[in-house]
Design a protein around this ligand. Sequence first.
Ligand SMILES: Nc1ncnc2c1ncn2[C@@H]1O[C@H](COP(=O)(O)OP(=O)(O)OP(=O)(O)O)[C@@H](O)[C@H]1O
Length: 510
Amino acid sequence: MTSDPMTAGTPLAQSGVPAAVAVRGVTKTYGSVTALDDVDFTLRPGTVHGLVGENGSGKSTLTKIIAGVLPPDRGTVAIDGETIKHIDPRTSIQHGVRVIFQDLALFPNMTVAENLVFEGDRPLLRPISARKMRTRAREALDALELDIDPGARLGELSTAERQLVAIARTVSSDGRIVLMDEPTAALTHKEIDQLLTIIRRLSEQGLSFVFISHKLREVVSVADDVTVIRDGQVVSTGASAEYDQDRITDLMTGGTVENARRDTPAEAAEQPVVEVRGLSLATIFQDVDLAMYPGRVLGLAGLVGSGRTEIGLAIAGLVHPEKGEVRYRGEVVHNRRDNPGLQYVPEDRLTEGLFLDWSIADNIITNDLDEAVGRGRTVSTAKIAEVGSRWRDRLRIKTPSVANPASSLSGGNQQRVLLARALAPRPDVIILNNPTVGVDIGSRADIHNVIRAVAEEGTAILVISDEPAELISVCDDLVFISEGRVVDRRRADTLDEEALLDIISEGGPS
Ligand SMILES: Nc1ncnc2c1ncn2[C@@H]1O[C@H](COP(=O)(O)OP(=O)(O)OP(=O)(O)O)[C@@H](O)[C@H]1O
């Protein structure tokens, strides 16, 4: 274990003022897995604290302990200088701790105002008046200088706006210590800037934030302090000025991560496996033409909301276009859902992806049941375990046993199970929607290597992504989508990140 002797485990002291949160000597195990091992963590009041680490390093477990959702096996949690004996969610909330989970825990069918003033424990017989609710909602939105209509239904807002409503609710309900897990995963670059500005402003007003993100650039820019966890242990903690992305990456992974660019193969000579012509659906996408070739990785670049996901879904047969056609090996396909040669990996693994109660191995094998047939032509549990273990090793899924439920994995490791499931039947076309969302930097390089290796084997791959570095590093060709239309096509090796970002944000060639 590499550690940073200068700072490892050193509490960030601030003279005279008690820490907003002080975690001391916390250990937490799940069965044979030690998720946290004697962890110290100090959140100074009025600061933003970036918490970083690879997938499965223990970040979510630490936030759950501070939020009182999980009891520690050993160690203590103090809030504002008061050590809390048996921390539970109610005590943590009473002390001003609020967690903004990735799913935001808001109510899409209620208005913004109703979401803002919702109190789960308010007696039914004492409802709040509509006028009071509007006033309180307005105040909460104004406090963050947000231009959002309190009467709008939450489900109609963009993800970024919902994120901001979640923060406004936290502030208006007297939250003072805010724990945010991957808050920017679904936001555009502009929305991320807006969110980070609001977080900075609120911290200057005295709120304290724990900010978990795999996007190290954001962490370095927004945080006052940084803590790096590796395998459940704090390997470094200190002022963010002492860190840059490279140093954090080294500390997280214990070594250097190489993120190579793909050696683009020679011009695609063969026939395309998939050919898309004139694909249109209402105002969502129009006249999309593209081709996917064996052994090549095509990137679909564009802003969130540009229509790129829907185009990917239409190619996968999960959304029905109104016009145009998709050909598979020259034949027009009518029901692509029946085609095991084509696999789609969704971005949202919790709602669209995994069977969380099933074992990791069962999740992987569902797509490749032939492989599970043993002697006597019955499904063999030994074979299922064998296939699961093979994929665990190949994608470095961090688990002591593939018999464990998928719910026992950290978010980034769940992402790998989804990928394994899609790759198991050896598809000849695979569509990956944001394949490394929520995945740490070391695992991202692993997943990129797997994508390249699968392409080498002859699979045609479509990668939908909003990460310029990812598109550049893994793709051969790029198609840019803006407002549902193809606005540009480039070979990836002719662009750098900046040029790519320019095309995406300007919505076409300059
Ligand atoms: N309910 C559970 N049962 C068993 N093991 C668990 C459970 N929850 C987490 N773990 C294990 O504890 C370790 C730490 O997981 P945690 O979710 O805290 O990681 P993380 O740093 O938040 O990862 P990610 O970046 O992928 O979200 C992992 O090895 C994970 O597999």
